[in-house]
Design a protein around this ligand. Sequence first.
Ligand code: CUA
Length: 256
Amino acid sequence: MTILQLEKRILWVSVAFVLVLFALAALAVNLFHVGLPTCLTDIKPFQKGEVITHSPTHYEIHYVAKMWKFEPENVTVPAGSTVDIYVSTPDVTHGLSLLGTNVNLMVVPGVVNYSRVKLATPRNYQLLCHEFCGTGHDRMATNLRVVDQASFKPAEAAPATPQSQDSGYRLLEAKECLSCHSIDGSEGIGPTLKGLYGRVEKMTDGKSITVDDAYLRESIVDPSAKISAGYDDLMTKTELTDAEVDQLIQYMKTLK
Ligand code: CUA
């Protein structure tokens, strides 16, 4: 096969063009830190909710709306505070309405919305989701309490719990199990894991089951197989190795 002079030239130009393109891309990434668009949940402040104190009268709250709760819950600020509210969500469209104020935001995946409010006098404000976002929508509410200056105690940084060191706990966190299952007995989208092992659970079909290794394994691997009474079949399958499933079961046994 012979390659014509002209074809050769076209090939060289094409190769040079592609190389220049790569060089420009490398330059953009390294020099200008251009990245691929990312889903918002990769952005640190909105992986979990937090309260930032700028001054004794200026607070910034990063709310994360999830099916079906707001994080952080039950924030308290002193009267006379200016509060900057930022909100986003990793799942579906929610709303944020702070009843009794003008704060009314859409909460859209991939978007951070913002509002500033001055909370002058002590009272309890309800913070609600105002967009129908699924079966737990009506439960999606928390409080923003305003107390007088004198009785306000700044929240202390939570001490690192021994749980956060446990590899089972870290796995629950990494696989986002904790969005739906609490480990402290509080109500969630799914049953709490506290005291679950060995408990007799009623199922939606009326049967009762004593929670043991086999039941936990089945519920983790095939969440729809059996559903606890009072809960919906909402859990999705999670990619886990056998060893990870064992690790979770061992950890759940410690949650007495
Ligand atoms: Cu979230 Cu309705």
